[in-house]
Every structure is written in structure tokens, then in C-alpha cells.
Design a binder for this molecule. Structure first.
Ligand SMILES: NC(=O)C1=CN([C@@H]2O[C@H](COP(=O)(O)OP(=O)(O)OC[C@H]3O[C@@H](n4cnc5c(N)ncnc54)[C@H](O)[C@@H]3O)[C@@H](O)[C@H]2O)C=CC1
Ligand SMILES: CC(=O)[C@](C)(O)C(=O)O
Ligand SMILES: [Mg+2]
Ligand SMILES: [Mg+2]
Length: 348
């Protein structure tokens, strides 16, 4: 494990140099990796593992859209694609990649096949951390490990195909075989991670739920919409409001700070912009910090987990979700976005 200095703080990380793919293949050479679920993470992780030369099978409900998707991706029914229960029986490592709510429903089925020495793998600390709410308590004689890619399974696959790598965290909750650490890290490398950083199940789920509700998804939409509305209410056109709020951010400025940091992005803007941004970052920080503090508390006390369990375990949750996403898609801001994207020269 490499010790690296991150802005003055020492951390353990695993890089591809110290844990190359050949080593990962050696660690997992006798394992059958059963990926259960073929939603978003399932395809990303299983296809990367397959392309990297590991022995992978898929467990998925037959007669579902995602079964058909798995077939289209080259998984062969009866050879590498099975019903969930059969895949659990065949796998020595069970990658539990159903939605967090479905993991609760299918737990008894999976548990039956967790015979001594197998490994149970998660990409989220949810089921284990909130075990009082999920009922997910693995037997003591299996390894319980985690690799959580820090991004969508869609990006995990796309970046792999581009020769890049999405970073992941990893954790060991239970080491029954003495091999749990190496199994976790080997899987992390196998699914195509950039580098791996160490965590535990609780810190993974607390940070993940905070991040997605916060800057990654919830806060970003709230912040962008607030500015868009103020511009529109003051007589600016949709084009002007959208370009000044979203398009310039994603197309011009975000790539600059992704590449070389915030000061680099600032340095490449006008002195007028720099002065204003440096003055206004404080008030925006102060206005939003209490919201982030409240959010973290709601995550840590389990309220956020309960809310997602309650809503996502309803039979019609997909239809209800689609209605909410439709409202977002059909809002003026994102309808404007659709036209603006079409007008990008590269899309013509
Ligand atoms: N979506 C993502 O990119 C990320 C997800 N994760 C975690 O990875 C895990 C998997 O998440 P996703 O890929 O988003 O899952 P998902 O919501 O796409 O669902 C995965 C699979 O669950 C199956 N499923 C749903 N309900 C079922 C039921 N009642 N019975 C049988 N199968 C059922 C679906 O058919 C689908 O194949 C979760 O723990 C999630 O928190 C972690 C990082 C990112
Ligand atoms: C993509 C990811 O890592 C998220 C936002 O945490 C999730 O999809 O749960
Ligand atoms: Mg995440
Ligand atoms: Mg998440």
C-alpha cells in the first residue's frame, strides 16, 4: 500500500503500479465472480472484469429488460448468464449489485448460498451500515468487502474503454479467510478503478449519500436553477440565462478546473471575474454550509436511508421516479438545454 500525501494529510492508497492487473488475475484465478444485478453498476463492473480476463457470470431476473441487455452485451444464458439464485450458487464471490432496496428483498435468497469461504461484495456501505433497517447480516464465515466506484457505472465503462480509470474506495468489513483484503483490492483493480483509497462501510455510505444529495446531484441542480430563475425574472432570455448558468460551466470552465484546479480556472478568466468570484465565494459558502450540515445529520441518523428504502421498495417506484425526471426534463431550463446542446457545432 502506498502512503501518499494529500494536501498535508497522509493516506493509504493502492495504485495500479503496485497492484497491477497481473497480480489481480493471480489473486482471483480460482474464483467465479457472480455479478448480481444488471442495472447501472452491474454492466460497468462485469464488462470491465470480463475484458480484463476474469471469470465472470451474471445473475439477473429472466424476462426483464436488463436480462435482454445482458444477452445483447454478450452474456450467454446457461453459460455466463443465470437466474439470480443459480448465479449465487455458482459464484465464489458474490457482487451484490441490485438496487439498495432490492438487496433487502433478495437477501434471504443470497444468504442461503453464502457458504464458508465465499466473499460477499458491495459497491455501497448501505446494506451493512444500516443493518437494523435492511436486515442484511452476513454469516461470520464469509468475507465481506466493498469496492465503491466514485461515479456512475456508465462512466466506469466509458472511461475504461478510453483507457482511463474512475477512482474507487475499498473496505473490508469481515475477513473470514485471511484473503479479504487482497480479494477486495484485486476486484477494485479488475473493475477498472484508477486508484483505490481505503475507507470503511460507514464512512463510505455517509460520504456517498452526502455527496449525491449535495454538490454532485442535489445541490448542483438547486444552485443552477436558483441563478437561472433570477436571470429570467430580470428579463434575460432563456439562451442568455442557460449559457451563463450551465453551458459555460460544463463546456468551458469545469474542464479547466478538472484539469488543473480552481486557481487555474480563475487565472484564465478576466481580472473582473476573478475579483468578483473571490469576493462572492464567501457568501455562497456561508449560505450553503448550514444546509450541508443538516444533510450530513440526516444521513448519519439514518433518516435518508429510511426515506430511500420506503420509497424505492414500492411496486410503482420506477413510474413515480420517471414522472419526477420528466418534470425536470420538461422544465424550461432543461428544455433550453436540449436546444443549446443541439446547436453545439460538433452535434451538427
Ligand atoms: N448507479 C451507480 O452508478 C452507482 C451505484 N452504486 C451502488 O451499486 C449498487 C447497485 O446500484 P445500481 O447499479 O444503480 O442498481 P439499479 O437500480 O440499476 O438496479 C440493479 C438491478 O437490480 C434489479 N432489481 C431491482 N429490483 C429488483 C427486485 N425486486 N428483484 C430482483 N432484481 C431487482 C434490476 O433489474 C437491475 O438489474 C447499489 O448498492 C448502489 O448504491 C454505487 C456507485 C454508483
Ligand atoms: C454515481 C454514484 O456514485 C452515486 C451518485 O453515488 C450513485 O449513483 O449512487
Ligand atoms: Mg457514489
Ligand atoms: Mg450513491
Amino acid at each position: 500500500m502506498a502512503k501518499m500525501n494529500f494536501g498535508g494529510v497522509e493516506e493509504n492508497v493502492v495504485t495500479r503500479e503496485e497492484f497491477p492487473l497481473e497480480k489481480a488475475r493471480e489473486v482471483l484465478k480460482d474464483e467465479t465472480i457472480a455479478v448480481i444485478g444488471y442495472g447501472v453498476q452491474g454492466p460497468g463492473q462485469s464488462l470491465n472484469l470480463r475484458d480484463n480476463g476474469f471469470n465472470v457470470i451474471i445473475g439477473q431476473r429472466k424476462e426483464s429488460k436488463t436480462w435482454d441487455k445482458a444477452v445483447a452485451d454478450g452474456w450467454v444464458p446457461g453459460e455466463t448468464l443465470f437466474e439470480i439464485e443459480e448465479a449465487c450458487e455458482r459464484g465464489t464471490i458474490i457482487q451484490y449489485l441490485l438496487s439498495d432496496a432490492a438487496q433487502i428483498t433478495l437477501w434471504d435468497t443470497v444468504k442461503k448460498h453464502l457458504t464458508p469461504g465465499k466473499a460477499l461484495y458491495f459497491s455501497h456501505g448501505f446494506g451493512i451500515t444500516y443493518k437494523d433497517r435492511t436486515g442484511i447480516v452476513p454469516p461470520a464465515d464469509v468475507d465481506v468487502i466493498l469496492v465503491a466506484p466514485k461515479g456512475s457505472g456508465t462512466s466506469l465503462r466509458k472511461m475504461f474503454l478510453e483507457g482511463r480509470g474512475l477512482n474507487s474506495s475499498y473496505a473490508v468489513y469481515q475477513d473470514a479467510t485471511g484473503k479479504a483484503h487482497d480479494r477486495a483490492v484485486a476486484l477494485g483493480i479488475g473493475v477498472g478503478s484508477g486508484y483505490l483509497f481505503e475507507t470503511d462501510f460507514k464512512r463510505e455510505v455517509y460520504s456517498d449519500l452526502t455527496g449525491e444529495r449535495g454538490t454532485l446531484m442535489g445541490a448542483i441542480q438547486g444552485l443552477l436553477l436558483a441563478q437561472y430563475e433570477v436571470l429570467r425574472e430580470n428579463g434575460h432570455t432563456p439562451s442568455e440565462a442557460f449559457n451563463e448558468t450551465v453551458e459555460e460551466l460544463t463546456q468551458s470552465l469545469m474542464p479547466l478546473f478538472a484539469e488543473k484546479g480552481m486557481d487555474w480556472m480563475y487565472a484564465n478568466c478576466s481580472t473582473t471575474a476573478q475579483r468578483g468570484a473571490l469576493d462572492w465565494m464567501g457568501p455562497f459558502h456561508d449560505a450553503t454550509k448550514p444546509v450541508f450540515e443538516k444533510l450530513y445529520k440526516e444521513v448519519a441518523c439514518g433518516n435518508e436511508a429510511q426515506r430511500s428504502i420506503d420509497s424505492n421498495s414500492q411496486a410503482d417506484y420506477r413510474e413515480k421516479l420517471e414522472e419526477e425526471l420528466k418534470a425536470l426534463r420538461e422544465s424550461e431550463m432543461w428544455q433550453t438545454g436540449a436546444v443549446v446542446r443541439k446547436l453545439r457545432p460538433e452535434n451538427n
